[in-house]
Design a protein around this ligand. Structure first.
Ligand SMILES: Nc1ncnc2c1ncn2[C@@H]1O[C@H](COP(=O)(O)OP(=O)(O)OP(=O)(O)O)[C@@H](O)[C@H]1O
Length: 427
C-alpha cells in the first residue's frame, strides 16, 4: 500500500514496468487490419479479378461469399476494397466502397440510408446543394430509395456495396432490400452498383426469392476453414509484431493453432487464444508465455463465452437450467426431460412464472444443447418410447452463479424448494 502511494504511478506502476511480453498487443485485437493475409491469396485474387472491371467504369458481377466464422472473409474483402480504391485513384476513375455490418444495420431503411450517407461526402461535393442527408429514421422508404438513386447518379462511377453478415439482414427484414438493390442498376444512367454479400450461414439463401438469389450470386466464393499449419503461419506473422522477441515458448503458437483448428479452423479464435495467453502471462509477471498460459487462456475463453451466453438467456430458459442444477445437486449426473419438467414446474410455481408445456420445455432443452451449455442424447426405452437424456460437461458452479444473477431466480422462496420431496418422487 505505502509503495503504491509513494511511487508517482501508484497502483499502476507494476503494469507499466513489465514490458517482457508485449511489444504491441493491439495487433492481436479484432479491429486490427493486417496488411498480409497468409493463405488467402486465391480468394483475394478471385475477388480482385471480379471487381477489376470497376476500374474501367464497367459494372462488376455481384458476389456471394460464404465460409465459417473467422475464415478471413471480412479481412480479405476489406483488403481488396482498399486496394481497389487506391488503384482507381491512380487510374483516375471513380470507385467507392461502402462496408455495412448487417448485424447492426438490419432494416431496409437503414441500409439504404447508410449507403446514401456513405456517398454523401461533403468534401467531394462542396457546391452540391441538391444532396440531402437522410436521417436514420423518419422518411418513407420510397423517398430514401429515390434519394439514394439521386445521390448515386450525381456521384457517378462505380459503387461496391459490401453487406457483411447479410443473413442477419434477410432474417430480420426479408429480401426486399436485396430485391431493390439488385435491380437498382436498371434505374441508373451515370452510376453503377455492385454488391458483395458475406455470410457464415448458407441457409439464409432458402429465404431469398429465386430472382434475388440468382442476381446476388452471379459469382460465389467459398472460404474454407484454416487447418493447424495455416493458423500457425497467421499467428506467427502477428506474433512478430505483437510480442517481444523470445517471449513466446516455442510450443505456444502450435498449441494455439491446434486448439483453434480442432474447433472450426477459426483465425479469430486462434488470435484470441494467443492474446489472452499473453495477457495471463503478463498479469502474473512471468518472464514469457508458456504452454500452461495457453491452457489457462482456453479455459478462460470458454468460461467467458458460456457466461455471456447464459446471462443473455430469457428467464424461462434459466429456470429450465436451474431445474437441471437442482437435479445435479440431488446427486444425478444424467437426467431425463421428464425429470427436468417436474423440477422446472415446481420452480415456476414457487416464483410465479408462467408454467410452460412439456413440449416447450423440450424446445428450450434443445436450444441449451445447441448453445453448448448442456449435452443431450435421445435413448429408446422400448415400449415406453424414446426420451431425451442430458448432462453437464463442465463444473456447474459458474453456471449456477450466472443463473442466479437473474433477479427472478435469486428468490428467497426458491431456498424453500423441497428437495427431499422431489428426491422421493424420482425414486
Ligand atoms: N489469413 C489471415 N491472415 C491474418 N489474419 C487473419 C487471416 N484470416 C483471418 N484473420 C484475422 O482473423 C480475424 C477474423 O477474420 P475475419 O473477421 O475476416 O473473419 P470472417 O470470416 O469475416 O468471420 P465472421 O464470419 O465471423 O465475420 C480477424 O482479426 C482477421 O484479421
Amino acid at each position: 500500500m505505502s509503495d503504491d502511494k509513494t511511487s508517482p504511478m501508484g497502483l499502476f506502476k507494476k503494469y507499466l514496468t513489465n514490458r517482457r511480453i508485449f511489444k504491441n498487443r493491439e495487433v492481436l485485437r479484432h479491429n486490427y487490419r493486417p496488411q498480409i493475409l497468409p493463405h488467402r491469396k486465391p480468394q483475394i485474387d478471385e475477388i480482385a479479378s471480379i471487381l477489376a472491371p470497376a476500374l474501367t467504369n464497367e459494372t462488376p458481377s455481384n458476389i456471394l461469399i460464404y465460409g465459417k466464422t473467422g475464415t478471413g472473409k471480412t479481412a480479405s474483402v476489406r483488403y481488396v476494397g482498399t486496394e481497389l480504391e487506391n488503384a482507381s485513384a491512380l487510374a483516375g476513375t471513380k470507385c467507392k466502397i461502402v462496408h455495412l455490418n448487417c448485424e447492426v444495420i438490419d432494416t431496409q431503411y437503414r441500409v439504404l440510408a447508410q449507403i446514401a450517407n456513405g456517398l454523401d461526402n461533403a468534401d467531394e461535393h462542396p457546391s452540391d446543394s441538391t444532396r440531402s442527408h437522410i436521417p436514420m429514421t423518419g422518411w418513407p422508404t420510397d423517398q430514401v430509395y429515390m434519394e439514394l438513386k439521386n445521390q448515386l447518379e450525381s456521384s457517378g462511377g462505380v459503387m461496391v456495396i459490401i453487406l457483411d453478415e447479410i443473413d442477419k439482414l434477410v432474417k430480420k427484414s426479408g429480401d426486399d432490400t436485396l430485391y431493390n438493390l439488385t435491380r437498382i442498376n436498371s434505374d441508373l444512367k451515370f452510376a453503377k452498383v455492385s454488391i458483395i454479400g458475406i455470410s457464415n450461414d448458407l441457409r439464409f439463401t432458402d429465404f431469398l426469392d429465386p430472382r434475388v438469389l440468382s442476381s446476388l450470386s452471379e459469382e460465389e466464393i467459398v472460404f474454407p476453414p484454416y487447418n493447424a499449419p495455416q493458423l500457425c503461419d497467421i499467428l506467427q506473422q502477428r506474433a512478430e509484431m505483437a510480442f517481444v522477441e523470445g517471449a513466446l515458448d516455442e510450443t505456444v503458437i502450435p498449441l494455439c493453432a491446434a486448439l483453434a483448428a480442432q474447433e472450426h479452423g477459426d483465425a479469430r479464435r486462434a488470435l484470441d487464444l494467443l492474446r489472452v495467453s499473453g495477457e495471463l502471462a503478463d498479469r502474473e509477471n512471468a518472464s514469457g508465455v508458456a504452454e500452461k498460459h495457453v491452457r489457462m487462456a482456453q479455459e478462460k475463453i470458454e468460461t467467458d463465452s458460456m457466461v455471456e451466453c447464459i446471462s443473455t438467456l430469457p428467464t424461462q430458459s434459466k429456470a429450465v437450467l436451474y431445474a437441471m442444477l437442482i437435479l445435479e445437486q440431488m446427486g444425478k449426473r444424467i437426467f431425463t426431460s421428464g425429470e427436468v419438467t417436474v423440477v422446472y414446474r415446481e420452480i415456476a410455481r414457487i416464483i410465479d412464472l408462467d408454467v410452460l408445456t412439456h413440449r416447450r420445455i423440450t424446445d428450450l432443452i434443445s436450444e441449451l444443447n445447441m448453445l453448448g451449455v448442456i449435452n443431450t442424447r435421445v435413448i429408446s426405452r422400448g415400449r415406453y418410447g424414446r426420451t431425451k437424456e442430458m448432462w453437464f460437461d463442465a463444473a456447474t458452479s459458474k453456471i449456477e452463479e450466472v443463473v442466479t444473477r437473474d433477479p427472478r431466480l435469486d428468490d428467497e422462496r426458491l431456498k424453500k424448494l423441497d428437495v427431499n420431496r422431489l428426491r422421493a418422487m424420482f425414486r
